[in-house]
Design a protein around this ligand. Structure first.
Ligand code: ADP
Ligand code: ADP
Ligand code: ZN
Length: 213
């Protein structure tokens, strides 16, 4: 099964992606995570993406299409993959169609996670994660069971993203509304789109997604 998670920044894409891939035995392909890994590694792509991401702008289509196209043909994706945060522009969606067709693959579901703008700002403002295992947390909505200790790996250091600021958030929401939201009718027209209520609790959103895939 191959699927796309579509939604604004802070909608819960990463949180839900981790749960779905675990239960379905597929691979999570998060372009945001891949770009952050490239920055950490100091690669060419990382150097090109770093300032753009910090401002909340979109990285160029060429770069993200390149990293996805390289990744989904790897053997660990044979069982399927979940795209988290890609595509984000019409050009990326069209490029994805092309590389999938070349590989004889298709997208089975596009799941839209719908969340109010006010809630998004609250979610992003409180977001932190475990750099060791990638588990996602929130100051109010999703705290670790033991304060300061990661539920999944026992790690005790957490990080916050440099683009989870009020300024970058405004730019990111704007990029979503102008560049990414137009993909909803694009996928709806081919009957691949399902919408879930992302305002619900984390477990409930997972149940809604599992019910449709
Ligand atoms: P995205 O990948 O779409 O940017 P995340 O999965 O990182 O979003 O979620 C953003 C923040 O909101 C995280 O701190 C996460 O713990 C929290 N969160 C995710 N889903 C929910 C939910 N349904 N209700 C409340 N908080 C949530
Ligand atoms: P979120 O959904 O919480 O905004 P991501 O981790 O998906 O965060 O993305 C973080 C940043 O990485 C984006 O603001 C953008 O700069 C860059 N990025 C990620 N995916 C893409 C993409 N498909 N196209 C362009 N830029 C991207
Ligand atoms: Zn951890």
């Amino acid at each position: 099964m191959n699927m796309i998670l579509l939604g604004p920044p802070g909608a819960g894409k990463g949180t839900q992606a981790q749960r779905i891939v675990r239960s379905e035995g597929i691979v999570q392909l998060s372009t945001g995570d891949m770009l952050r890994a490239a920055i950490a590694a100091g690669s060419d792509i990382g150097r090109k993406a770093e300032a753009v991401m910090a401002e909340g702008k979109l990285v160029s289509d060429d770069i993200v299409v390149g990293i996805v196209a390289e990744r989904f043909t790897m053997p660990d994706c044979a069982n399927g993959f979940l795209l988290d945060g890609f595509p984000r522009t019409q050009a990326q969606a069209e490029a994805l169609d092309e590389v999938l067709a070349d590989a004889g693959l298709k997208i089975d579901f596009v799941v839209q996670i719908e969340v109010d703008e006010a809630q998004l700002i609250g979610r992003i403002g409180g977001r932190f994660s475990c750099p060791n295992c990638g588990a996602a947390y929130h100051d109010k909505f999703n705290r670790p069971e033991v304060d300061g200790v990661c539920d999944s790996c026992g790690g005790t250091e957490f990080t916050r993203r440099p683009d989870d600021t009020a300024e970058a958030m405004t730019v990111r929401l704007d990029a979503y509304n102008t560049e990414t939201a137009p993909l909803l009718p694009y996928y709806k027209a081919r009957g691949a789109l399902v919408t879930v209520d992302g305002m619900a609790e984390i477990d409930d959103v997972t149940r809604q997604i599992m019910a449709v895939i």
